[in-house]
Design a protein around this ligand. Sequence first.
Ligand code: NAD
Length: 453
Amino acid sequence: MATLEVIEPATERVLEKVPRGGVEEIDAAVAAARSALPAWRDLSPSDRAQALMRLAAALEARLEELALLEARNAGKPIGDARGEMAMVVDVFRYYAGAPERLLGDTIPVAGGQAFTVREPLGVVGLITPWNFPLTIAAWKLGPALAAGNTVVLKPAELTPLTALRFADIALEAGLPEGVVNVVAGPGSVCGARLVEHPDVAKIAFTGSTEVGRSIAAGAARTIKRVTLELGGKSANVVFADADLEAAAQAAPLAVFGNAGQDCCARSRILVEHSALDRFMEALEEAVEALRVGDPLDESTQMGPLISAARRDAVASYVPAGAPVAIRGSAPDGPGYWFAPTVLCPVAPDDRAVREEIFGPVAAVVPFRGEAEAVALANDTIYGLSGSVWTRDGAKALRVARGIEAGVLSINSNTSVRVSTPFGGFKQSGYGRELGPHALDAYTEVKSIFYATG
Ligand code: NAD
């Protein structure tokens, strides 16, 4: 079988070679998932819950090993990787509560009793990106498995290692063979086959808006259910009456965390004009203090980019003559490094403001007043997340409600919690992951009427 060379972005060396799947492997995985479906679906809810609890415990026991693998393969700081693996464990614990809580409704009707039940979709295809490899897979695996579906996971070809380990851990934890199937391979072959496969009921996708569009179009042929978590260009709106020091301290990691390769990156920093100088001064200090370097060094806050191609793409947003206001540090030598960079001031129609850069480049855009802040925040095809910084609570709520995005935070830059829904407006996708809402995306509602005469 052909192999896939997996590269370590901090060293540019081959980390592991894994089997490279193709159409045949996807078809075999779908067949395995299909034959495992009846037993998994019909398992009693408490037995399915217990299986997910055992899986969470097995993952927790391997947390350090998984974190190290993720840190090396994705180039992310080891501390961040540990946090991500802890979230993976939490996701399975949270959704272990779901099998016994998949409730239906009773509905008053004439002539009998009407009620609803929730049923699994069947075999679900999961297609995931390289930026948070196992975490984003877990957001899909948890609710899909809890609801009684079986799955075929196609991780990104750059970062398949933790997903492949996950498949082994699932078996070790006692999940029946065929319930979780993982095939590493190219998206245009393996992902595309999952999308067209007649025995796959649904595709849950996280990745670029461009690929998401092609998946939605391809899935239309078999009327597959689709959820899409796509790109973003989130706004971090800082009003002059905010705690500017706190906003400036928090802003760098909101863009440069995961080296900017984060769909929620608050890469448009909108700052009220009257506070611009004070904010930029504090921001400069914070960016210069960022520790960029070896992902395995415990003190590192930002690692390399995922690939040379990504580094070239990011560099194109900082051409000669770009208004570079702040530039942090980055190591020399091997590794796909790019120094954290802040552009200021940037016009709202500049490419750096309009396009998802997916790298450590922030664009600062000054604004005057609340109405202009909301208009600028909404001047994008995306709508994933965003932040509002102000001490005026009513204004914070007005602006949070005014921004067309799925996940907003006030005086904070966080977006993701296991128990709250996550997903986009506009071209950032549709459907919600995490929280109770994710279960809607992995179940059908069946309505049953029982005539009572
Ligand atoms: P990508 O779209 O290139 O790839 C994502 C996955 O799709 C990979 O597994 C890839 O192999 C597969 N794929 C590629 N072509 C395919 C095809 N024709 N058919 C089926 N599958 C195919 O994205 P990426 O570069 O891995 O990730 C970066 C993007 O992901 C960014 O745009 C980012 O914003 C987005 N993202 C979104 C979220 C979110 O939750 N909204 C989270 C993380 C990343």
